[in-house]
Structure formats: structure tokens, C-alpha cells
Design a protein around this ligand. Structure first.
Ligand code: ATP
Ligand code: MG
Length: 228
């Protein structure tokens, strides 16, 4: 408790802005000088990372090491204290992203049927009804869904909700897909199936994927790169 009361004052206010150094060719996400403190304690300090384009990259580490915070900062869901993050030289607002939340139970709109939750990113993009219907038919067929998508999220099991969250994240074929512990509620068979679907999406669209896991087996398969 006394350690919390004596937490150090964040030093980031005095850190001079560094010149932005681009990553090597074919970098999708360039992170430079990323700094994040919680209650005065550093979680990231001057952190640099290059995430290659068209790869599946795994972020692996123990509970509480900062995996979710990292991808939340990259995805613009948690503010950074300082630093720069660029997507192929562009800002986040010019990049189409998908996100599978670790707390998938709270990640769906409870007042919308599951099918409408999944279609939401397409509607947000202003796609026509015909386009939305076509993409939804494609997704549902591809995932071979065995539960009723007209149900509300709270009527689904944890694994069904997580499957629906992954379908929603893939719906608008994002350039970058963030997956935070996406297999945590899935049984063994479903984990293998969803991995296959993610790989299929990757082969079809070359979506760069950032997969967070604290499970080594999950982290090394299927990702092509791993950072811990
Ligand atoms: N909003 C917050 N306020 C204060 N501290 C926070 C906040 N969010 C995260 N933290 C702290 O930052 C650290 C990293 O949290 P984070 O959720 O990123 O860990 P994680 O690696 O994703 O862990 P897990 O494997 O358990 O999901 C933890 O020590 C946590 O207590
Ligand atoms: Mg986490």
C-alpha cells in the first residue's frame, strides 16, 4: 500500500519528442517511443516495435505483463502517454481494423441480435443491404454455424459468443486484425476450427494479424512471428 502511495511521478512529460524512424520495407505497424504509465508506474517506456505486413504475429507473455494494453493502444482503445504508431505510414483512422476482445461477453451490443452484431461493421461502412446480406451468407456458410444467430448474445454460450465475435471481426475484411486471447472460451475442436478459419481469412486477404496469448502452444501456432 505504501508503495502505491509513493508511486513515482511519471517522467514522460520531460521526454523530448524523438525523430520518427521508419521500419524496414513491408512493415505494417511501426511503434516508436511508446510510453504508458498506470498510476505513475511504467508499463511501457520508449518502446519500439515493427510488425510486418501480411503476417500473423503473436504477442506472448504472462498475466499482467501488458499484452492487452499494448494492442489496445495500437488499436486506439487506450490512450498512450507518448509515442507514435503508424499503419503502413498512415494513421489509425485511415486503416480498417478488426478487434476480438478478451472480455468477449461484454463486447457485443446486448440489444442487437447476434446476426446484427456480426453485420454491424458492414453497416457502419455504409454497405448496401444486398452487400451486407451477401457477405453475411458467405461468413455463415464458411463458419458452418450450428447455433441460431437470431438469438441475442446473452442467450449464447461463451464459446458461441466468442465465435460470433471472431465472425464480426472478420466481417468487413480488415487490413489489421487484433485478437486478444481469441480461443479462451473454445473447446479443443472449436479452437482447431477457428484457427483454420483465421488461416483461411489470412490466405484469402493477407490480413495482418496480431494474436495475444499467454498460452505458448496458442502463441506459436499458427503465428509466423512471436514477440514476448
Ligand atoms: N485501466 C487500468 N488502470 C490501472 N492499471 C491497469 C489498467 N489496465 C491495466 N492495468 C495494469 O497494467 C498491467 C498490464 O495489464 P494488461 O491487461 O495489459 O495485462 P495482460 O498481459 O493482457 O494480462 P492477461 O494475460 O491477464 O490478460 C497490469 O498490471 C494491470 O494491473
Ligand atoms: Mg489481457
Amino acid at each position: 500500500m505504501s508503495a502505491v502511495l509513493k508511486a513515482p511521478v511519471a517522467p514522460y512529460a520531460d521526454v523530448p519528442k524523438r525523430e520518427f524512424t521508419p521500419g524496414p520495407a513491408n512493415t505494417e505497424i511501426t511503434i516508436r517511443g511508446l510510453t504508458k504509465h498506470f498510476a505513475g508506474w511504467p508499463l511501457y517506456e520508449n518502446f519500439d516495435l515493427d510488425i510486418p505486413k501480411h503476417k500473423i504475429v503473436s504477442v506472448f507473455g504472462p498475466n499482467g505483463c501488458g499484452k492487452s494494453t499494448l494492442i489496445n493502444m495500437i488499436a486506439g482503445l487506450v490512450p498512450t502517454d507518448s509515442g507514435e504508431i503508424l499503419f503502413d505510414g498512415k494513421s489509425l483512422k485511415d486503416t480498417k481494423i478488426g478487434y476480438v476482445f478478451q472480455n468477449y461477453r461484454e463486447a457485443m451490443f446486448p440489444w442487437m441480435r447476434t446476426i446484427d452484431n456480426i453485420a454491424y461493421p458492414l453497416k457502419l461502412e455504409g454497405r448496401s443491404k444486398a452487400e451486407v446480406d451477401r457477405r453475411m451468407e458467405e461468413l455463415v456458410a464458411s463458419f458452418d454455424v450450428k447455433f441460431d444467430l437470431r438469438r441475442y448474445p446473452y442467450e449464447l454460450s461463451g464459446g458461441q459468443q466468442q465465435t460470433a465475435s471472431i465472425m464480426r471481426a472478420l466481417a468487413n475484411q480488415p487490413e489489421v486484425l487484433f485478437l486478444d486471447e481469441p480461443f479462451s472460451a473454445l473447446d479443443f475442436e472449436m479452437t482447431l476450427f477457428i484457427r483454420e478459419k483465421l488461416q483461411e481469412a489470412f490466405m484469402q486477404t493477407g490480413t495482418t494479424m496480431l494474436l495475444v496469448s499467454h498460452d505458448l502452444e496458442e502463441a506459436v501456432y499458427p503465428p509466423t512471428r512471436c514477440c514476448c
